[in-house]
Write a protein that binds this ligand. Structure first.
Ligand SMILES: Nc1nc2c(ncn2[C@@H]2O[C@H](COP(=O)(O)OP(=O)(O)OP(=O)(O)O)[C@@H](O)[C@H]2O)c(=O)[nH]1
Ligand SMILES: [Mg+2]
Length: 436
C-alpha cells in the first residue's frame, strides 16, 4: 500500500503531573498511538516525563527535551507527538532543539479530520478549525496562503509577512464561517421536513461501534473502520419498528478526550442533527479499560452541546469480546437505563429495538383541537405545525386530532396558541397524553 511506504517515524511524549496520574498515562499514550497510526505515522518510542507541573518553555523540561532531541537523531525520527497541547512558544523551542516536526494532540486530531473529511460541509468545518488553531501558532515561515490568493498586492505598506498571513487567515475564516452558515441553512430545511419523526442519535467515544450499529439496524452502508474518526458527517437513516412506525437514526462524529475546542465549535452544525434528537443512544465499548472515563468525556461534550436535556439510553457494545460477564452484571446494576449488545455479531439487537420503541411511544403527545366551521381555513396551517391523525366534522364544529413528540411540545403549543388565540376566533384544546 502506498500509505505504508510514506509512514512517518514518530516518538510519543507523555507527561505525568498531578492532573495526569501515572496509572493513566499508558492508556493515554495507547490512544495517542492509535491517533498517530490513523494519521499515518509509525510509533517507534514513547517518552514519559514526571513533573510537578508543565515547564512553560519546554513542557517536559529542558533536560528531558535535550534527551528527546538526541533520541530523535538516533532513531531517525520525522515527528514528535505530544499528548498534551503545547503553547506556540513550547512548540517552537522544542522544534529548534530537535530539528523535526512537533505536533500536539489537537494538531494530530485536526490532521486526521482533514484526511477523513469528504463532504463540502466536513471540509469547510475542518479547514475552519485548522485555521483557528494555526492563527496563534504562526511563526512567520508560513507562506502558502499568500500564494493561494496571489502574492502581488496583498502586502500592505509596512506590514510584516506575519501580519499579512494573519490578515489573510482571518479573511478566509470569515469566508468559511459564511459558507458554513449557508450549508447549515440548507440542513435546517431538511431537518424541518423530518420534524414529525422520532429521532434517535447515536453518540459516543470514537471507535466504539456507532456506525456498525447504524449499519446493523438499517442496512446503511456507512464506513466502518478500526480507526479513530472514521465518521465525520452525520448520516441519517430510517428504521421501521415492530409496530410499523418509523424512527430516524442519526450517526454522528465520535468524541475523544481533549477534543480541540475549535473542532467542537466547527462541528456544531454536523451535530445539529443530534440536537434534534428525541433520544440519545450513548454507545460504549465495554472492552476498553477506561470506558468509564470515555463515558465521562461523552457526558461533558453532551453538556457542552446542550443536549443533556433529553433521555439517554446507554448501549454497551462489543459484548462478544467480553470474557468476564461479571462486568455486565455490575453495569446492569449501576448504569440503568442500559442494554448490552454486539452490533457486529447482531447480539441483543431486537432488545435494543424494543427499548427504542418504548421511548418513541412514550414521547408521543395527542391533542384534540376543536374548531368552529368558520375556522376551517386554519386546518392547512395545523398540518404545518403537527401531524394530523384524523378530522371529524360534527354539526357546527370540526375536531382535529393531532400528534407530536414531547420534544416538539413547546414549539407546537406555542404555534397553536398563536394560530388559535381568541383574536383568530377562539377554540378549545382537549389534552390527551395517552400513548398510541
Ligand atoms: N468484536 C466487535 N467489534 C465491533 C463491534 N462493533 C463494532 N466493532 C468494531 O469496532 C470498530 C469501530 O467500529 P465503527 O462502527 O467504525 O465505530 P464508530 O463508533 O462509528 O467510530 P468513529 O466513526 O471512528 O467514531 C470496527 O473495527 C468494528 O468492526 C462488536 O459488537 N464486536
Ligand atoms: Mg463511525
Amino acid at each position: 500500500m502506498l500509505e505504508a511506504e510514506i509512514k512517518e517515524r514518530a516518538i510519543l511524549v507523555g507527561l505525568i503531573t498531578r492532573k495526569t496520574p501515572s496509572w493513566r498515562i499508558a492508556d493515554y499514550l495507547d490512544e495517542l498511538e492509535l491517533l498517530a497510526d490513523t494519521a499515518g505515522a509509525e510509533v517507534l518510542e514513547r517518552v514519559v516525563q514526571e513533573r510537578e507541573r508543565k515547564d512553560p518553555a519546554f513542557m517536559i523540561g529542558r533536560g528531558k527535551a535535550e534527551e528527546l532531541a538526541r533520541m530523535t537523531k538516533y532513531l531517525d525520527i520525522d515527528l514528535v507527538i505530544f499528548d498534551d497541547d503545547l503553547t506556540p512558544a513550547q512548540a517552537k523551542n522544542i522544534e529548534n532543539l530537535c530539528g523535526v516536526k512537533i505536533v500536539d494532540r489537537s494538531g494530530l486530531i485536526l490532521d486526521i479530520f482533514a484526511k477523513h473529511a469528504r463532504t463540502r460541509e466536513a471540509r469547510t468545518q475542518v479547514e475552519l478549525a485548522q485555521l483557528k488553531y494555526l492563527l496563534p501558532r504562526l511563526t512567520g515561515q508560513w507562506r502558502h496562503l499568500e500564494r493561494q490568493v496571489g502574492g502581488i498586492g496583498v502586502r500592505g505598506p509596512g506590514e510584516t509577512q506575519l501580519e499579512v498571513d494573519r490578515r489573510l487567515i482571518r479573511k478566509r475564516v470569515g469566508v468559511l464561517e459564511k459558507e458554513l452558515e449557508k450549508i447549515s441553512g440548507q440542513r435546517e430545511i431538511r431537518r424541518k421536513n423530518r420534524r414529525s419523526l422520532f429521532k434517535v442519535a447515536l453518540i459516543g467515544y470514537t471507535n466504539v461501534g456507532k456506525s456498525t450499529l447504524l449499519n446493523a439496524l438499517t442496512n446503511a452502508d456507512v464506513l466502518v473502520e478500526d480507526r479513530l474518526f472514521a465518521t465525520l458527517d452525520a448520516t441519517v437513516r430510517s428504521l421501521e419498528l415492530p409496530d410499523r412506525s418509523q424512527v430516524l437514526l442519526i450517526d454522528t462524529v465520535g468524541f475523544i478526550r481533549k477534543l480541540p475546542h475549535h473542532l467542537i465549535a466547527s462541528f456544531k452544525s454536523t451535530l445539529e442533527e443530534a440536537r434534534d434528537a428525541d433520544l440519545l443512544l450513548h454507545v460504549i465499548d465495554v472492552t476498553q479499560s477506561c470506558y468509564l472515563e470515555q463515558m465521562a468525556t461523552v457526558d461533558t461534550v453532551v453538556k457542552e452541546l446542550h443536549l443533556d436535556d433529553r433521555p439517554v439510553l446507554k448501549v454497551f457494545n462489543k459484548i462478544d469480546l467480553l470474557e468476564e460477564p461479571v462486568l455486565l452484571g455490575r453495569l446492569r446494576e449501576t448504569e440503568q437505563p442500559c442494554v448490552m449488545i454486539s452490533a457486529a455479531r447482531g447480539i441483543q439487537l431486537s432488545q435494543l429495538i424494543m427499548r427504542i420503541q418504548e421511548y418513541a411511544r412514550a414521547s408521543l403527545r395527542f391533542e384534540s383541537l376543536e374548531l368552529a366551521v368558520a375556522q376551517a381555513a386554519l386546518i392547512g396551517q395545523i398540518y404545518e405545525i403537527a401531524d394530523v391523525i384524523q378530522i371529524h366534522y360534527e354539526d357546527a364544529r370540526i375536531l382535529v386530532d393531532i400528534k407530536f413528540s414531547a420534544a416538539q411540545e413547546k414549539r407546537v403549543r406555542a404555534q397553536l396558541h398563536k394560530l388559535l388565540t381568541p383574536q383568530s376566533g377562539g377554540m378549545d384544546i382537549q389534552h390527551d397524553h395517552s400513548c398510541c
